[in-house]
Design a protein around this ligand. Structure first.
Ligand code: HXC
Length: 289
């Protein structure tokens, strides 16, 4: 059964805002990544989703393609973001099959619950390798294509008054909120996500003059995600947690997909070098979880 639109997209967006555009996303078969991809494909984009598991990635691509007649969604499995070469090959394949890369979402992540006392140096390094180095590798493999996309897009010319409503040349990394306060059992992820945010800000400074935008989205407690289900059950019951979130509920993947659409759309084209926190003000009240 296909996923109802209300689960991944609000009703406020115009249907063709991403027409003739291509999304390249790591972690695109994951809970948040597949909602982000569904949303963009629904609004006109083609997409290339990258993952470690061949089976899971190809199945997700097939499923996501159903959201719009004529959508082209390519699933490239067997790619570990810790390997720059395999990402570069995937980016080249995306361009040769789908014609371009206009948007990149670096969503692949690794996580487990562990206190520092049981975190080996290799365990800590593994999460930084997947999250931080993986984000850098994704950027490095795709940035020439984002620069090309920005150059083709009249809206990114600061002297242009033409606003077709379309965009291109946008990089979006997926952060978290743990590092704003520090988080027990998540020292490795906190360190990795802090680095991702400052890396992304530097991308905005270096590539902003070429028309590229680079931002992060920082999800709070999102229903159904592997990381939060594991973490929340280790800390405190979900009912207790919802009470502590000023907006009164856990987030849903649609909250992150909508934020993604905003950041990649013309409406978000002057948002650059920042992090959009989507957490119902949760971290301000009680830290990241
Ligand atoms: C302590 C652990 C551990 C655990 C693994 N390690 N699990 N240490 N507690 N629970 C240690 C291992 O002992 C080893 O160190 C090192 O980590 C590498 O482990 P491997 O299994 O060899 O690594 P690998 O096969 O590359 O797997 C990476 C992984 C795995 C991160 C450990 O869980 C994974 O692939 N996860 C991807 C899927 C995932 O986690 N999704 C959730 C993302 S959610 P030694 O010293 O023994 O060699 C997310 C959101 C964060 O990121 C924010 C939430 C809100």
């Amino acid at each position: 059964m296909s996923v109802p639109k209300s689960e991944y997209l609000s009703n406020v967006w115009a249907n063709d805002i991403f027409a003739n555009r291509v999304l390249f996303i790591t972690g695109g078969a994951g809970t948040i990544g597949s909602a982000q991809t569904r949303a963009l494909v629904h609004l006109g984009a083609d997409a290339c989703i990258i993952g470690r598991s061949v089976e899971k990635t190809e199945a997700a691509a097939k499923e996501i393609a159903k959201v719009r007649n004529g959508a082209r969604v390519l699933g490239i499995g067997g790619v570990d973001v810790r390997s720059f070469d395999s990402l570069k090959a995937a980016a080249d394949c995306c361009v040769s099959e789908l014609g371009a890369i206009d948007y990149v979402i670096a969503g692949a992540a690794g996580n487990f619950i562990a206190p520092i006392s049981s975190l080996s140096p290799n365990a800590f390094k593994t999460v930084l390798d997947i999250d931080t180095i993986g984000t850098f590798n994704t950027l490095k493999a795709t940035i020439p294509h984002l620069v090309d996309s920005a150059a083709r897009n009249p809206n990114t010319d600061p002297t242009s008054t033409s606003h077709s409503g379309q965009t291109g040349g946008c990089f979006l990394a997926v952060s978290a909120t743990f590092h704003y306060t520090g988080m027990p059992l998540q020292s490795h992820v906190s360190a990795a996500k802090a680095a991702i945010e400052t890396l992304t800000a530097s991308v905005a400074l270096e590539y902003g003059p070429l028309g590229v935008t680079a931002n992060c989205v920082a999800p709070g407690a999102i229903e159904g995600t592997e990381g939060m289900e594991r973490l929340a059950s280790s800390l405190v019951s979900r009912r207790e947690r919802s009470k502590g979130i000023p907006s009164g509920r856990w987030g849903v993947v649609r909250d992150i997909a909508d934020a993604t659409v905003f950041l990649l759309s013309d409406a978000g084209s002057y948002v650059n070098g920042t992090t959009l926190v989507v957490d119902g003000a949760g971290w301000r009240r009680q830290g990241g979880v």
